[in-house]
Design a protein around this ligand. Structure first.
Ligand SMILES: Cc1cc2nc3c(=O)[nH]c(=O)nc-3n(C[C@H](O)[C@H](O)[C@H](O)COP(=O)(O)O)c2cc1C
Ligand SMILES: [Mn+2]
Length: 502
């Protein structure tokens, strides 16, 4: 088994697993699909393939990533933690010792070598080639998601650019507001790599957009890799098979051969248009702002192309699981630089950039503050507004336990660090856009060397008495399932935490 090789294999897999429903009745891409999908997402329901979308011949796929199970299925993994394990295996490679280890090491190295995309000569994504006036976004069932959205938006694109100085490829997921049949806005925010490529050109930059790739490649477009790392490498590694690319028809960019649809075009350096309002993943509308204009030079697609979409809005939405995939997959890389981090959690309700809960192996005074600053210095995590640091034995995914620790262990005057730095492009709360306050809460145990009194011991029953009560539970005749460790606080550790303690 391996992850699905293209969107069709993925749809077939979802269907076999009872994870996809086809809707034959006609639906409106303006608002109606959003409302249907919203109800399904919030109930953990299936992926939806709308076969009859008003105004277009193309079917629309949505909610492909809408549950933890489907997100893991996309990687052909039993869990997102298992995907992270695959990555940590490679990152933490040690010089091999015996022959068996050497062979295993070579396999791991090969898995990296095989991650590089490879080019092919002909591709399904170019079964139909439309250029000039024949290329039109009107062919696609692009959604207008929320009532006050400025227009229809392409919401699940993999936007491909090259750095004009180095040639290095970048793939990012940046929404595209439809401005006309052959023009969209390109919403790459100021911290993003596509934007940096664009700023580095002095004339115009060629852009290609893949719609409806295999799910791992789609995920990879949303992954916050350092700028010099090609997201298609990550996709190849996670797929266990290189991404196949074919040369686009009107721009010098290689595009995923397996895509359902490819948009080719360019962005001129200083041509801007109003982008937004758009009902965003913050749960609020982001106001109109000037963004570059993408001009379509060709639209290529499969003969019976399927259009992929996603709706963001008040959390939780489908993108929660793309974010959770990133949270899990990037843990090993984070631990490479900050090894005292045991685990972390970015609550979906915190829209990922607003809150980070992190557990650490605390070894010295001020260690929690050191980790806060590390997070504020790490890639896209640097935009985190609030950080809560807890001790290694606290389950960061158990928000009740985290609130308990914050309440029990924090003296706000001593343990809350207020600082400032860069903030998410979309954050409407700070007085100025992009820059503002940040808060770190140290909810770890503290000692006299951090200005605290002697820390009291936590209450724990003895193992002997626990075992005794376990043994005798039936005798008491109390009709409650009370096997030891079933309480709300102190749930059994998650598999990854066991893995990390090795
Ligand atoms: C559904 C979805 C929509 C997104 N829309 C945007 C967007 O419009 N603009 C943007 O800058 N980032 C957006 N992002 C986040 C970026 O895809 C993410 O930061 C990614 O790392 C960008 O790639 P880059 O690091 O190569 O710039 C979106 C993410 C998801 C999952
Ligand atoms: Mn990138």
């Amino acid at each position: 088994m391996a992850p699905p090789r293209d969107l069709r294999e993925w749809i077939a897999l979802l269907e076999r697993e009872g994870e996809l429903v086809r809707i034959a009745t006609e639906v409106d891409p303006e608002l109606e699909i959003t409302e249907i999908n919203d109800r399904v997402v919030k109930r953990g329901g299936p992926a939806l393939l709308f076969e009859n979308v008003k105004g277009s011949d193309r079917p629309l796929l949505i909610n492909q990533f809408g549950t933890e199970r489907r997100m893991a299925m996309a990687f052909d993994a039993p869990s997102l933690d298992a995907v992270a394990e695959k990555l940590s295996d490679v990152l933490e490679m040690q010089p091999p010792q015996g022959l068996v280890e050497k062979v295993r090491g070579l396999q791991k190295l090969k898995s990296i070598a095989d991650s590089r995309p490879k080019t092919v000569r002909s591709a399904p994504c170019q079964e139909v080639v439309l250029e000039g006036d024949a290329a039109s976004l009107d062919l696609l069932p692009i959604q207008k998601c929320w009532p006050d959205d400025a227009a229809a938006f392409i919401t699940l694109p993999a936007v491909i650019t090259h750095d004009p100085r180095t040639g290095v490829r970048n793939v990012g997921m940046y929404r595209m507001q439809k401005l006309g049949p052959r023009a969209t806005a390109m919403h790459w925010q100021i911290h993003k790599d596509g934007r940096a490529d664009y700023l580095a050109t002095d004339g115009k930059i060629e852009v290609a957009v893949a719609l409806g790739t295999d799910p791992v490649t789609t995920y990879s477009a949303s992954a916050p890799l350092p700028k010099h790392i090609d997201e298609l490498m990550l996709a190849g590694f996670l797929r266990g098979e290189p991404v196949e690319l074919v040369r686009a028809k009107t721009v010098a960019i290689d595009v995923p051969a397996n895509a359902e649809i490819v948009l080719e075009g360019y962005i001129a350096k200083d041509e801007l248009a109003d982008e937004g309002p758009f009902g965003d993943h913050t749960g609020y509308y982001t106001p109109a702002e000037r963004f570059p204009v993408f001009h379509l030079t060709a639209l290529t697609m499969r003969r019976d192309a399927i259009y992929p979409s996603i709706v963001v809005g008040k959390p939780p939405q489908e993108d929660a699981w793309l974010g959770k995939a990133t949270e899990r997959i990037f843990l090993p890389a984070i631990r490479m630089t900050v090894p005292e981090i045991v685990d972390y959690d970015l609550p979906v309700a915190g829209a990922f950039h607003n809150c980070c809960i992190v557990s650490i192996r605390k070894a010295f005074p001020g260690h929690a503050q050191k980790v806060m600053h590390a997070i504020w210095g790490l890639g896209m995590l640097s935009l985190t507004k609030g950080i809560v640091v807890v001790d290694e034995w606290v389950d960061v995914h158990d928000y009740e336990e985290v609130v308990f620790r914050v309440g029990a262990n924090v003296d706000p005057q001593r343990d809350v660090l207020i600082t400032e730095g860069p903030l998410d492009h979309l954050d409407h709360a700070p007085t100025r856009q992009f820059y503002g306050g940040k808060m770190g809460i140290d909810a770890t145990h503290k000692g006299p060397d951090e200005g605290a009194r002697e820390w009291p011991p936590e209450i724990e029953m003895t193992p002997e008495v626990k075992a005794l009560v376990d043994r005798r539970w039936a005798e008491y005749g109390i009709p409650v399932d009370a096997a030891a460790g079933n309480g709300r606080i102190r749930q059994s550790p998650r598999p990854l935490r066991r893995l990390l303690r090795r």
